[in-house]
Design a protein around this ligand. Structure first.
Ligand code: NAP
Length: 280
């Protein structure tokens, strides 16, 4: 599954929407100098600029206090020129991530991490959905993978990938099993699955002999190893699976494209007065 190609299509469509809206502002906040986070923020800014957004890049030293960070979030919440606001994770240990994410105005929360947006998703009425799970579903749709009634296994139960992707699959009437570090006999679950989403962070955990022939396999994992960047799925799985999203070039580019899509949708939501029945 070619995530780079689909991401190009999504980004072109987003650029059209940005031109229609006139101005779309995306503010990113990075605390500290984590090299991977710097790369991610750089990629997001490049894509945002190419799509016609007006991104603003807030970089704070690792020594920034929680209250200083919260003050910046408040300022950006109140900034009329900012449609989307994302705080890059992970934050330094002395900052409580939950407190910071809850401080983001829900209607600007383009990472979909605020409890209000996570709650809407859990209720089956999604508003702003985390970009990576959205990207996984978009890839499956692009390649015509039938989700209705499909047996799917999601490996990983994080709030940012595993849980939301499982919720999106349930909404699409898939039958979903969520596996995690305490799952007994992961392979037995995988061998039954028509669709697998691996979001673990363990290099090449999923092997060919664990996968049902013809299954669609989405590899979310990003693992830096001595062999370079590898996913959670062993490349040998390509011999057995019907479809496989590669790392790199699969979910990664889709995450960025969906972040831009989320930002355009957040801009429209806010211009239309926010969530129905609420006052964000
Ligand atoms: P996370 O918060 O560390 O969650 C990992 C999950 O995997 C946990 O639920 C954990 O179970 C489970 N797990 C760990 N070892 C396992 C094992 N041996 N068997 C089965 N399950 C196991 O990670 P995350 O934030 O969801 O990210 C997952 C991966 O996706 C990482 O490699 C990350 O870099 C990548 N990622 C990529 C993108 C992208 O744009 N491509 C975006 C986000 C994340 P417990 O809950 O029991 O601990």
């Amino acid at each position: 599954m070619d995530g780079a190609a689909l991401a190009r299509k999504v980004r072109a469509a987003v650029a059209g929407e940005v031109a229609e809206l006139g101005h779309v502002g995306l503010a990113t906040v990075l605390v500290g100098e984590d090299p991977a986070s710097q790369v991610y923020i750089g990629l997001k800014h490049k894509a945002a600029t190419e799509a016609g957004f007006e991104p603003t890049d807030h970089r704070l030293p690792a020594s920034t206090s929680q209250s200083e960070l919260l003050r910046l979030v408040e300022e950006l919440n109140g900034d009329e020129g900012v449609d989307g606001l994302l705080v890059q994770l992970p934050l330094p240990d002395h900052i409580d991530e939950g407190v910071v994410l809850r401080a983001i105005e829900p209607v600007k929360d383009v990472d979909g991490v605020h409890p209000m947006n996570a709650g809407f998703l859990a209720l089956g009425t999604p508003t702003i959905v985390p970009a990576t799970p959205r990207g996984c579903i978009a890839l499956l749709d692009e390649y015509g993978v039938e989700l209705e009634g499909a047996r799917t296994v999601v490996i990983g139960r994080s709030n940012i990938v595993g849980k939301p992707v499982a919720q999106l699959l349930v909404q699409r009437n898939a039958t979903v099993t969520i596996c995690h570090s305490r799952t007994r006999d992961l392979a037995a679950h995988l061998r039954e699955a028509d669709v697998v989403v691996a979001a673990v962070g363990r290099p090449r955990l999923v092997k060919a002999e664990m996968v049902k022939p013809g299954a669609a396999v989405i590899d979310v994992g990003v693992n830096r190893t001595d062999d370079g960047l590898v996913g959670d799925v062993d490349p040998g799985v390509a011999e057995v699976a019907g479809l496989l999203s590669p790392v790199p070039g699969g979910v990664g580019p889709m995450t960025i494209a969906m972040l831009l899509q989320n930002t355009v949708e957040a801009a429209r939501l806010r211009r239309n007065g926010g969530y129905p029945g609420s006052t964000p």
